[in-house]
Design a protein around this ligand. Structure first.
Ligand code: RUB
Length: 316
């Protein structure tokens, strides 16, 4: 641990890496709050010292998980607004920016939910994958409008985030059926929508989300079931505008096989990619707080929001 970093930064980084804090939007909020804690408690004597510690905190948080762009977008939002002649001034600017970011995130999710709810009709059945707070905001808004919604929830191996989705939907009063991932195709003819979240959206409209999303989308297209991705604009990946690809996180094999299973299967490779890429042609709509977009036109929104160059303000 870096001695100049506040324990909250270290704790948040550990929670993101271990997935106690997970899902792209919650990760972004936690990262902004950790920068805020670093600013509040910083003992830096000089403005340069303060800025360098905040950037170090940004690097520590950024190094946790590579795929969800909401994380660097959160760091960028806060650190680009770090401004002041004195430590006190700098501190106030970081606190203001972090609070503003978290507030915008909450409002964006509510606005996105209202857009997504317009696609859902009374009596619709929705299939979900993983656990997405943006996707759930759409269902919650529909339920609040008095629409009866039921859900087929994929368990989402290896970490079973579908259980979180099932519990939260049940609490909303949604009629929930849990299925194993490989049963998805069998149920696709009986659902009206596939609804997923996003960890990143690339400039060509590709959707980067939990492993299994791409296979689900291809099957949904084959069955004629529309697929919508709920993704706030912090999920738009600015680097992809200049041709960079999105790194797919590879997680530990222990999430897939326990030591007993490992002993039984012997010395074979086990791989555990956490995300995959769904080409834009398999996605019908991207639901954002700025409205609904076909994936092919998301690049226009990206240019408007990010311009040409975005920078990495956590670098030294
Ligand atoms: C989570 C996941 C979610 C997106 C969107 O993966 O793929 O669908 O992050 O979530 P993991 P949200 O469990 O590996 O973090 O809408 O809450 O940002």
């Amino acid at each position: 641990a870096d001695p100049q970093l506040h324990p909250t930064v270290e704790a948040t980084a550990t929670e993101i890496a271990s997935m106690e804090v997970r899902g792209a939007a919650p990760i972004a909020a936690a990262a902004a709050s950790a920068l805020r804690a670093q600013a509040v408690e910083s003992t830096a004597a000089t403005p340069a010292g303060f800025e360098s510690t905040l950037r170090a905190a940004g690097r520590r948080l950024q190094a946790t998980r590579p795929t969800a762009v909401s994380l660097p977008n959160a760091l960028r939002y806060v650190l680009q607004r770090m401004d002041g002649e004195t430590v006190g001034g700098l501190r106030a600017s970081v606190i203001r920016a972090a609070d503003e970011f978290v507030d915008r995130l909450d409002r964006a999710q509510a606005d996105l939910g209202a857009v997504g709810a317009n696609r859902l009709r009374d009596g619709d059945r929705v299939m979900t994958h993983c656990h997405s707070t943006d996707a759930l905001a759409c269902i919650e808004a529909a339920v609040e409008q008095g629409k009866g919604i039921s859900a087929v929830v994929k368990e989402t191996r290896p970490r079973n985030q579908g259980h979180i989705t099932a519990r939260e939907l049940r609490d909303l009063g949604v009629d929930v059926t849990l299925i194993v991932d490989s049963a998805a195709r069998r149920y696709l003819g009986a659902v009206d929508h596939v609804l997923v979240g996003a960890d990143s959206i690339a400039a060509d409209g590709s959707l980067i989300n939990k492993i299994g999303t791409s296979g689900l989308a291809v099957n949904a297209r084959d069955r004629g079931t529309p697929i919508m991705a709920a993704a706030q604009t912090i999920k738009l990946h600015p680097d992809t505008l200049t041709g960079h690809t999105v790194e797919i996180e590879m997680r530990d094999e222990s999430e897939v096989v326990d030591s007993e299973t490992r002993a039984e299967i012997g010395d074979i490779a086990v791989e555990n990619p956490a995300f995959d890429v769904t080409p834009p042609r398999y996605v019908d709509a991207i639901i954002t707080e700025r409205g609904q977009f076909p994936p092919e036109s998301i690049v226009t929104l990206m240019r408007e929001l990010f311009g040409e160059s975005v920078g990495e303000p956590w670098e030294e």
